[in-house]
Design a protein around this ligand. Structure first.
Ligand code: ACO
Length: 389
């Protein structure tokens, strides 16, 4: 087949194509900068609660104390899982369904009045959207417990979203250092331009479909190993390496086999992903609080070697550390098993997906690109009995 030329208008992977306007986040891949709701990531993520960041994204400004109280009250009111959702998760656990698949199934039962006239953009608390964000963590936590033979734990009204997620997973109220670390993680990954899952959500929203459908479709996109599925394998690689002295030979062997080093490289960032720094600092504080820095140091050593080796094997590609590498370190430090890494990403990113869905609805524009036809034409019908091959 002849290679497609630029004049066909075909851009593989839509690389560099601008398909939406957003005020949610600005990604500068060359400078290595991320702005969320007008704040540099480093300014916002370590300070804000997740509820404040969601408010910022959906309403365009940080909440006042009164607005935050009302937002939190609506959040808590919508957070308990419907009985039907728990029953479905129970059935999925009996079949040992992977967590991302269970999240996709569970989330699709959180039906939010599909078919009703959608708000263009919420100027009051959108209780249905809020319930969806509030319940995503409950679906993940309830499923994880069921999968491991325990009963789900319901959220507590006196805990914030990050604390409640850890509480619903373990049944124990987490300490302040762990809550801060998770809060920083959730804030860091809440939105990131027109990434694959966000694009999926916008495409679905652009058809006039409902928010649950947009979020469920986005979960499917996030699940893929080269989008949100990388931190588990990134951590596995560090475990396989075990000691820093094994790192070089282990990673060389992978690269010689043509494998990718998970947690490195990015479609947009050609310098170090700024999220890696924010999560790296949060991880450092968390590991310091725990009194054991050994794993943190191993990860740092592996990172430095990986970047060197990628420059050697893929010269000119500028393959740098991405968000997933330090996600692995941070979530591991929080005691989350790798099976919960991608679902925890979704617990945060669902708020970004919905923010984009609001924006897309407001444009009243269907997303409908074109394809270049490269198949055969002019074929003649052959009767079934006459076909060979
Ligand atoms: N390890 C080894 N080689 C790599 C890596 C990597 N992590 N990433 C890219 N390359 C190589 C490719 O093999 C390719 O080499 P070639 O030209 O010799 O064939 C070259 O670099 C360019 O790769 P592309 O796939 O064209 O780059 P793209 O911009 O599409 O890739 C991606 C971005 C998918 C993230 C890629 O870097 C990757 O697969 N990384 C590993 C998975 C990962 O960490 N994903 C998380 C990304 S962050 C997120 O989605 C939240």
């Amino acid at each position: 087949m002849a290679a497609l030329s630029v004049k066909d208008g075909f851009v593989p992977g839509l690389e560099g194509v601008v398909a939406a306007e957003t005020r949610l986040s600005r990604v500068d891949g060359l400078a290595g900068e991320l702005v969320i709701g007008g704040f540099a990531l480093e300014e916002l993520a370590p300070k804000a609660s997740f509820e404040e960041v969601v408010y910022l994204l959906w309403f365009g400004d940080l909440p006042t104390a009164k607005q935050l109280d009302e937002f939190r009250a609506a959040w808590v009111a919508g957070s308990e899982l419907p009985a039907a959702t728990v029953e479905l998760l129970r059935a999925a656990a009996r079949e040992q369904v992977p967590v991302m698949d269970a999240l996709r199934m569970g989330a699709s039962t959180l039906s939010l009045g599909a078919g009703s006239e959608p708000d263009e953009a919420p100027d009051t608390v959108d209780r249905e959207a809020l319930a969806l964000v509030a319940r995503f963590s409950g679906v993940v936590a309830a499923y994880w417990r069921l999968l491991n033979g325990s009963e789900p734990v319901m959220p507590r009204a006196d805990l914030g979203h990050a604390a409640n997620y850890l509480y619903m997973l373990s049944g124990k109220v987490p300490d302040a250092a762990r809550v801060r670390a998770l809060e920083t993680y959730l804030n860091t990954v809440v939105d990131h331009g027109l990434n694959a899952s966000t694009f999926t959500a916008r495409v679905i929203a652009s058809t006039g479909s409902d928010l649950v459908s947009a979020a469920v479709g986005a979960v499917g996109a996030l699940k893929g190993p080269i989008h949100g599925g990388a931190p588990g394998p990134a951590l596995d690689m560090v475990f396989e390496i075990g000691e820093l002295e094994n790192a070089e030979s282990h990673m060389r062997a992978k690269l010689e086999r043509g494998e990718r080093l998970m947690g490195f490289g990015h479609r947009v960032y050609k310098v170090r992903d700024p999220r890696a720094d924010v999560l790296g600092t949060a991880a450092q504080q968390l590991y310091e609080a725990s009194g054991d820095m050994a794993f943190y140091r191993l990860v740092q050593g592996v990172e430095a070697l990986a970047v060197q080796l990628l420059a050697e094997y893929k010269p000119g590609r500028n393959l740098q550390t991405n968000v997933e590498f330090y996600t692995a370190l941070l979530l591991h430090g929080l005691g989350l098993p790798t099976g919960l890494f991608s679902p925890t990403f979704a617990v945060s990113r669902v708020a970004g997906w919905l923010g984009h869905a609001f924006e897309q609805r407001a444009t009243r524009r269907l997303i409908r690109p074109k394809s270049v036809f490269v198949g055969e034409q002019g074929r003649r019908w052959v009767e079934l009995g006459m076909r060979v091959g």
